[in-house]
Design a protein around this ligand. Structure first.
Ligand SMILES: Cc1cc2nc3c(=O)[nH]c(=O)nc-3n(C[C@H](O)[C@H](O)[C@H](O)COP(=O)(O)O)c2cc1C
Length: 405
């Protein structure tokens, strides 16, 4: 067991510390008059893996295993976190229409996305800093995902080297890529990912604006100081920069590329190339015209520009604009099997999960990822059966009633 692993398993979390303190107080002579025979610590315990009933059950356990600073990095949304909330609220505007006569056993939720065959239309969304959740990081996520037949999209900023991720399991895997201005550096990174088995490249084009006030407000509770660029952290660049985004105090890694960049990097991608971060039909059409192989409708889980719409409400417009020419994937806010059924009914080919599997990883390691995905898969099958559908092809817009504002 590595030192990091040991610390993660046996380290004193805030909750444990509070429980010990409560236990100490309960045993204190000062509290002898206390009649409750059971001290606080006997009422509380951390539920086990077998007791997890939904993805939401994993989050508090994941929280207890992480520092506030790392948890907030995962949980936060941009600015006032409107989009973060709206991503979840949107599921209340789509109702499922039930039809009797189908049992969950008769459901076949299998599909194929750009040559990847899968039992359920679920991907792991790319997310950086997975080692915040567990020492095995992305390698552990990949193991848990592969155990359930779920393909993983590895983040360009994977917290363990891509070589180690590749060795951890053998399931289908794609890699995500953030635009890099220097084309030689871009080519080298893309070649590295592909040489380690990425069957497709997902180019993320959103998150141009990202400002996380939640972390700033926690600065006295151990939150990370903001990186030296971007709003709230910008002066060093603003004073010295004479061109580009930095002169406005904006993060210099963003706001520099145009659509043409996709043409420039296309020769470096041997297999399929997808674009992640599309929220309008117009941009989806540009992707189709450019010969992009697939898109991911995403607002980065509410971590980009605040006051963007939820992805669920823009999904139908984008599916219509694309007209079946390329697969449309979607993410942001998906937690339950029924959430996924709604997106498939609205025309998505598959759904990517960002925070939810991280909760599984943070709570119980790779086994937690596996269990969480199994729960969502079972929920998906049951919700699909309840709509009277046995195949994804049959899961069309008549399976839902939408009431978007
Ligand atoms: C902690 C964290 C890190 C992320 N890092 C990346 C990243 O490096 N690249 C990327 O394209 N998306 C990244 N995302 C966005 C996810 O791919 C995905 O769009 C988002 O998490 C979906 O929303 P959900 O978390 O509500 O499922 C990240 C998300 C989180 C929560």
């Amino acid at each position: 067991m590595s030192t990091l692993d040991h610390r993660w398993r046996h380290g004193l979390s805030r909750r444990q510390a509070l429980l010990s303190l409560a236990g100490l107080l309960a045993g204190s002579p000062l509290l002898r008059a206390q009649l409750d025979p059971r001290p606080l610590k006997d009422h509380r315990r951390v539920p086990g893996l077998d007791e997890m009933l939904s993805a939401f059950d994993f989050e508090p356990i994941c929280f207890a295993n992480m520092t506030l600073r790392n948890y907030d990095y995962m949980a936060h949304g941009g600015d006032s976190e409107f989009t973060l909330r709206r991503n979840r609220e949107a599921f209340e505007w789509v109702q499922l229409v039930t039809r009797p006569g189908v049992s969950a056993d008769g459901v076949d939720a299998s599909t194929e996305v750009l040559g990847v065959k899968m039992k359920y239309p679920i991907f792991i969304a790319p997310s950086t800093r997975q080692r915040d959740c567990h020492p095995d990081g992305d390698a552990g996520m990949y193991q848990g995902a592969t155990a359930t037949g779920t393909p993983m999209i590895v983040a360009s900023g994977s917290s363990v080297p891509i070589q180690r991720v590749a060795e951890a399991a053998n399931g289908p895997r794609w890699s995500q890529f953030y635009p890099i201005e220097n084309l030689t550096a871009a080519r080298e990174q893309l070649e590295l990912f592909q040489s380690h088995g990425a069957r497709a490249i997902v180019v993320t084009v959103d998150q141009q604006a990202s400002n996380y006030e939640r972390d700033l407000h926690n600065r006295n509770l151990g939150a990370a100081p903001r990186p030296a660029a971007g709003r709230g952290g910008g002066p060093p660049n603003r004073r010295t920069a004479t061109r580009g985004p930095a002169q406005y105090g904006a993060d210099p890694r963003r706001f520099w590329y145009s659509w043409q960049y996709l043409d420039e990097i296309r020769p470096f991608v041997k297999g399929q190339m997808l674009v992640k971060g599309i929220v309008t039909g117009e941009d989806a059409k540009i992707c189709v015209e450019k010969g992009i192989d697939g898109i991911v409708v995403s607002n980065h889980g509410g971590r980009g520009l605040d006051y963007e719409p939820s992805t669920l409400e823009v999904l139908p417009e984008i599916v219509d604009a694309v007209g079946g020419k390329i697969p449309v994937l979607v993410d942001s806010g998906f937690r339950r099997g029924s959430d996924l059924v709604k997106a498939i009914a609205l025309g998505a080919k598959a759904v990517c999960l960002g925070r939810a599997p991280r909760w599984g990883l943070g709570a119980f390691g790779p086994a937690g990822v596996q269990r969480l995905l199994e729960i969502i898969q079972a929920e998906f099958r049951e919700a699909m059966a309840s709509t009277g559908r046995t195949t994804l092809a049959a899961l069309d817009r008549t399976a839902v009633r939408t009431n978007f504002p």
